[in-house]
Design a protein around this ligand. Sequence first.
Ligand code: SF4
Length: 395
Amino acid sequence: MTTPQNARPAAPQGPAPAPAVAPDTADAGARARAATTAPATEAAVTIPPAPHENASRVAPGSVPSNVRKTSGSPRDGTPGTPLLSVRGLSVRFRMRGGRHIAAVADAGFDLAQGECLALVGESGCGKSVLASALLGLLPGNARTAGSALFGDVDLLTAGERTLARTVRGRRIGLVPQSPAAHLTPVRTVGAQLEETLRELTGTQKHDVRRAARAAAERAAFPVDHLDRYPHELSGGLAQRAATALALVGDAPLLLADEPTTGLDRDLVDRTVDELRRHVDEGHALLMITHDLAAAERIADRVAVMYAGRIVELADAARFFGTPGPQHPYARGLLNALPERAFTPIPGMPPELGDLPPGCAFAARCTHATDACAAQPHFADGVACHHPPAEERARA
Ligand code: SF4
């Protein structure tokens, strides 16, 4: 049963494809750290600049820092130029015995500068695998298909040298799911921030201590803890340290993988608001989360994943307000919230290695019919044979 807890209805639900996800999480931290310290000498590709480098690339309507946009933003439905364009993204893991796990299937979305897309769904639905694919951080037994265009770079086919020297850390900042694996264990947080500042921003030695303190404060990391090593931090503090490191490079695209895990609600709000401030400055943010309250607070659009597929892609105001989600699973997620119907979704998600041929949600769906034995196509923002009647009437 899906049991909502503390405004996190989709928390530890279905069986996650642990063999596929766990190894690359650790790899993500190691390779992302390496990327932030590598010299940026490779220039054979054209990648969108950071917002501060070219104001004309910033989405129309972006406003100075600390000011939430009120018009002309993606929140108001104004489309921006895609910074990232993902089409047909699929990830399959080859397991022992020839078994395959389809962790992500045919995912597609655009993400513009000055826009936040929240990718939501239960644990194990493929969200983090999708993020790892975009960063080239999948383990060796993974195979990808489709495209993920970022400037003129296809993130799915770019070489490790390009990704390490020009993309990770510099053009795509990662707020990792596992900060303990991301932080260097033998160096203090302050030392890591200072090194990253020198490498990514050219901050001079005489100013780097002050800049490190400012970077810590941006992520609500207490400056009197800068001399601590990662093992001396709580999970929440480690998360904030990793967030501070991710923001240093002023990358045009931020990829936040469960950035509020382990934080109490006040710190969730503070972290989310800080990330939103970066969006309002013109950065793009792909935020992966199972915290729907955080998604509602920050997102312009919401993509809902179930069993490796994006089943709904919607404007956040419509999704969380009126008319609400179209897909039965997405409606179930919202209805599971304590402040809503507080009604769990019956049943469990299917194993990604043993998906049914048709709609993967059919066994839990009260609207299922014989038609649902066939895979529903994604059309008009939803992949369902029977979206709500009012939506059909509107179409
Ligand atoms: S396709 Fe059918 S089973 Fe799947 S969510 Fe829609 S109505 Fe339910």
